[in-house]
Design a protein around this ligand. Structure first.
Ligand code: NAP
Ligand code: G4F
Length: 334
């Protein structure tokens, strides 16, 4: 089996590539040109995958990527994925995150119409939620240009499935995190901050809305659900979530506590990190995924928080002092 992954250099792309390699796939990844390479997350598997230069903004390069890889499965994970940036660059976000889906679907329709297609849809589409928990049937109410662009990509995927009989599915994934999460997202910002404070590199962590609630899972678990969706007989959309919700404050409490610190002594709220419109709370209902895909998350919320703190401590701690016991019961499993 051959898989083509857009966004292979991102958090999910790197975990998915590892997962598919472990199942014997030939893995192709789309990377965009930049002045310096950005392959940290895939460095350890670099010699096992094939990389193809293409861009979600460029139809010709995407069509060539599909023609060259001749994939059985295409996973469209590439996007401008940071919500605050979408308020500052709404047009670019629409181009990458929205119209980019049209370009990759066109490339597949013309060059590999039998390939199965996975679109990375998002719980951000539920935005100002119309019911709790959110299911595959909950109407969307996006609260950011990113969320709006994802709604376009979502419905376009449904439309290509219904119009052209393509095996095209959307995974509506709730927030999922890991030690490979970008440093600007709140979870990694917190665990990086905790590690820096513990190591004496800084003393405060400035955050926005501490009362926002998210249904947070572990990225390694979520890429398994993406693959399972493409192994079904029928193409269908699925919510992928834990069903449990926590505040940013809860995340801080566990993260600081895991190194013997109190978040109240270090976290400062700063209006600079508030958004023009907020998504106050998200809670997914994973029942369809559990029943039809046999999917279940394996890493709990607190295990994931502690895993991320451990990894950031390891990354930031000077080599010579890494033997110091930081008080963790478990070993890093990054
Ligand atoms: P991420 O770490 O931000 O990775 C995004 C990837 O997209 C990177 O590889 C990036 O390449 C690539 N990319 C961006 N613009 C591109 C372009 N114009 N052409 C080609 N590639 C481009 O995101 P993630 O957390 O792995 O998320 C994967 C996908 O799932 C995204 O579509 C995201 O919106 C969606 N999603 C994520 C979550 C979550 O909680 N993580 C939840 C729901 C949905 P560079 O390395 O070159 O920047
Ligand atoms: O970590 P966040 O930036 O993630 P957000 O906005 O939920 O988006 C992520 O999850 C989506 C799935 O629902 C993905 F589609 C999307 O690509 C991305 O992966 O923020 C989480 C919450 C927000 O309510 C935000 O207001 O944390 C709050 N927050 C509080 N202080 C902060 C901060 N967020 C960030 N980034 N930085 C802060 O200082």
């Amino acid at each position: 089996m051959r898989a083509l992954i857009t966004g292979i250099t991102g958090q999910d792309g790197s975990y998915l590539a590892e997962f598919l390699l472990s199942r014997g796939y030939e893995v192709w990844g789309v990377v965009r040109r930049s002045s310096s390479e950005n392959f940290e997350r895939i460095q350890h598997i670099r010699d096992q995958i094939k990389l193809f230069e293409a861009d979600l903004l460029d139809q010709t390069s995407l069509t060539r990527a599909v023609q060259s890889a001749r994939p059985d499965e295409v996973y469209n994970l590439a996007a401008q994925s940071f919500v605050p940036t979408s308020f500052v660059q709404p047009v670019l976000t629409a181009e990458f995150t929205g119209i980019g889906v049209a370009r990759i679907l066109e490339a597949i329709k013309n060059a590999a119409p039998k390939a199965k297609f996975y679109q990375a849809s998002s719980s951000e589409m539920f935005g100002k939620v119309l019911e709790t928990p959110q299911t595959e049937k909950t109407p969307f109410y996006p609260r950011s240009p990113y969320g709006v662009a994802k709604v376009y990509g979502h419905y376009l995927t449904v439309n290509y499935r219904e119009s052209y009989g393509m095996f095209a599915v959307s995974g509506i994934l709730f927030n999922h995190e890991s030690p490979r999460r970008g440093l600007e997202f709140v979870t990694r910002k917190i665990t990086d901050g905790v590690a820096k404070i513990k190591l004496g590199l800084t003393n405060e962590l400035r955050l926005g809305n501490l009362e926002a609630r998210r249904d947070w899972g572990f990225a390694g678990d979520y890429v398994r659900a993406m693959w399972l969706m493409l192994q079904q007989n029928e193409p269908k959309d699925y919510v992928v979530a834990t069903g449990k919700t926590h505040t940013v404050r809860d995340f801080c409490e566990i993260a600081f506590d895991s190194v013997g610190l109190n978040y109240k002594d270090h976290v400062v709220t700063d209006a600079a990190f508030l958004r023009p419109a907020e998504v106050d709370q998200l809670t997914g209902c994973p029942k369809r995924a559990e029943k039809e895909l046999g999917w279940k998350p394996e890493v709990s919320f607190s295990e994931m928080v502690e895993m991320m703190v451990r990894a950031d401590l390891k990354r930031l701690q000077p080599q010579s002092t890494r033997v110091v016991n930081l008080g963790f019961a478990k070993k890093a499993a990054v």
